[in-house]
Design a protein around this ligand. Structure first.
Ligand code: PEP
Ligand code: MN
Length: 263
């Protein structure tokens, strides 16, 4: 189902009134985690003004350490949904297991499956039955083939609304948090009809490198970006160092628009 042979024309995924995989580049932006009402509303208003169409914010955070902030869970989803309604932005949030998926589908417009769960096959199947569009991140050490098979798990349950998201893979390089595999864009476009977003935030781990990789992603043919933006990155409870200020995101959106017009 995922392959180009199965379907020649590109899939356009609809998230509320936003089309991913159409002619327009789609920007999804917002904080790594929903931290408070003020934080997410502030982020929402400002990323919308910059041109973002989708608001991101994690409520269930798969943290490396069990002692790190784990997310506001259902309370966070409520706040996120409110900010989405108020601003008219579509919303996306990560689910980490079957119970969180059941809760999140009542609140958000798109469900995110994170890198650490890319091969959680029961979760993928449940996502396939959720009735929601799915943002499927590439696993930390997953090949493109494995990633596409993960998408196949979702699609084989009857859900064709899958967006792939390259967020960097683990390599020997330690200068960046991960290594952005931009090869994935033309490769996925050749092998599959599904749209692909690039997440330059988790790929680099460093806010000042998000801009260059975003421009490169759009030049390579990505359908859009998933970018972490925090009203006050230095105070973020997670992923502050890679989060853009709203002002930096505004600049990035303008630059990316220019690149999109030239490709
Ligand atoms: C996130 O989007 O905040 C996240 C945890 O991403 P990933 O699953 O790519 O690490
Ligand atoms: Mn994050």
């Amino acid at each position: 189902l995922v392959s180009r042979e199965a379907q020649e024309e590109p899939t356009v995924v609809r998230v509320k009134d936003v089309a991913i995989g159409g002619r327009e580049i789609v920007l999804a932006a917002g904080p790594c985690a929903v931290e408070s009402r003020e934080q997410i509303y502030d982020a929402a208003v400002r990323v919308k003004a910059a041109g973002a169409k989708i608001l991101r914010g994690g409520a269930y955070k798969p943290r490396t350490s069990p002692y790190s902030f784990q997310g506001l869970e259902e309370e966070g989803l409520k706040i996120l949904a409110g900010a989405g309604e108020e601003t008219g932005l579509a919303t996306v949030s990560e689910v980490v297991d079957l119970p969180s998926l059941d809760v999140a589908r009542g609140y958000v417009d798109m469900l995110q499956i994170g890198a650490r769960n890319m091969q959680n096959f029961r979760l993928l199947q449940a996502a396939g039955r959720s009735g929601k569009p799915i943002l499927l991140k590439r696993g930390l050490s997953a090949t493109i083939e494995e990633w596409l098979m993960a998408a196949e798990y979702i699609m084989s349950e009857g859900n064709s609304q899958v967006v792939l998201c390259e967020r960097g893979i683990r390599t020997f390089e330690t200068a960046t948090r991960n290594t952005l595999d931009l090869n994935a864009v033309p490769v996925v476009k050749e092998l599959s009809h599904l749209p692909i977003l690039i997440d330059p935030s988790h790929a680099t781990g460093v806010a000042r490198w998000v801009g260059p990789m975003s421009r490169a992603a759009i030049a390579a043919g990505a359908d859009g970006l998933l970018v972490e933006v925090h009203p006050e990155p230095s105070k973020a409870l997670s992923d502050g160092p890679q989060s853009l200020t709203p002002m930096a995101f505004t600049r990035l959106a303008q630059e990316v628009k220019r690149v999109a017009e030239s490709v």
